[in-house]
Design a protein around this ligand. Structure first.
Ligand SMILES: C[S@@+](CC[C@H](N)C(=O)[O-])C[C@H]1O[C@@H](n2cnc3c(N)ncnc32)[C@H](O)[C@@H]1O
Length: 303
């Protein structure tokens, strides 16, 4: 069998099994099987596949046809330009989570202008040290994307799942960020220091059990349940996280949370005592990220 025949047969098979984006999936799994890039598939479309290659392609296609996400078969997902390892222990990083990174970078740009220290050079805002906490880090995608963008930042990343933290640790090692990204097995922010973070970021579980039927079957069947569902309403984990984040942040520090349209109102309500609350929509116009500032220190107020 030559490459283009194997590919055509795979597309037909995935189409018949109602797998979404059959061509993309068939190509991704063939690139994985052959250890090649997309250009190779087109440049070598007449190449014979040997029996070992055909056997491995068949196995990958059978898994995908049974509903296993392609990322769990290949073990990879890209996020913010980083190639990340994923396993069924972690949520597959989603493109909409990149809005969390964008919001943090946007808030940093808006920070007050650099202070001129007498007799020295101007201290650029992007040079002052930053402390960030990422709660529910999963694959480590948010922590590592922020570490990549902000070389002056140190990041504490937590997860309740030890197996998720193993994946996140492997990703930090692959991208040589272990010295600035520290992982902690913890329930939300338990054990983290108080009053010291410039940012607390999180893509927490935020789907309500009452919305379960609306969640893709593949997500329900294959992604970790405690990464997706928070409780009956969906806002339960965020409700616990908000007061912990308040204590952990410096005065003037920012909380940046991913959420869904379903809970946006509830979460805005919970954040009423905070300053500068703002919701950012995703590319589909759906509320996706909420930012809120811990009230800056008042003159004469308590720290
Ligand atoms: C929606 S996933 C997000 C993973 C990753 N940050 C991302 O954006 O792809 C939520 C993560 O929170 C973790 N988690 C759930 N409950 C938690 C808790 N009480 N404390 C810490 N982590 C928790 C889950 O294990 C999961 O890795």
């Amino acid at each position: 069998v030559i490459l283009k025949q194997a590919l055509a047969a795979a597309i037909a098979r995935l189409t018949a099994q109602a797998v979404p984006s059959p061509r993309l999936n068939a190509e991704t799994l063939l690139m994985f099987t052959l250890g090649c890039d997309r250009a190779y598939l087109f440049a070598h479309s007449e190449r014979e596949l040997n029996s070992d290659e055909l056997g491995r392609y068949e196995k990958a296609l059978a898994e995908r046809a049974s509903g296993v996400p392609a990322q769990y078969i290949t073990g990879h997902q890209e996020f913010w330009g980083l190639d990340l390892i994923v396993s069924p222990a972690v949520l597959i990083p989603r493109p909409e989570t990149e809005h969390v990174i964008e919001c943090v970078l946007h808030l940093l740009k808006q920070r007050e202008p650099p202070v001129r220290v007498a007799g020295s050079n101007i201290l650029q805002p992007d040079e002052s040290p930053l402390r960030i906490a990422d709660v529910g880090t999963g694959s480590g995608c948010i922590a590592l994307a922020l570490a990549k963008e902000l070389p002056q930042a140190t990041i504490d990343a937590t997860d309740i799942s030890a197996s998720a933290l193993q994946v996140a640790g492997a990703n930090a090692a692959r991208h040589q960020m272990q010295s600035r990204v520290h992982f902690h097995q913890a329930d939300l922010m338990a054990g983290l220091p108080h009053g010291c973070y410039d940012f607390v970021v999180s893509n927490p579980p935020y789907v309500g059990e009452s919305e379960e039927d609306a969640v893709q079957l593949e997500v329900r069947k294959f992604e970790p349940r405690n990464a997706v569902f928070a409780g009956p309403k969906g806002s339960e984990v965020i409700e616990l996280l908000i007061p912990q984040a308040y204590i952990a942040l410096k005065p003037g520090g920012w909380l940046v949370l991913e959420l869904s349209a379903t809970i946006a109102q509830d979460v805005s309500h919970l954040l009423r005592p905070w300053a500068a609350v703002c919701i950012t929509p995703d590319l589909q116009g759906i509320p996706r990220v909420i930012c809120a500032q811990r009230v800056p220190r008042e003159f004469g107020g308590i720290a």
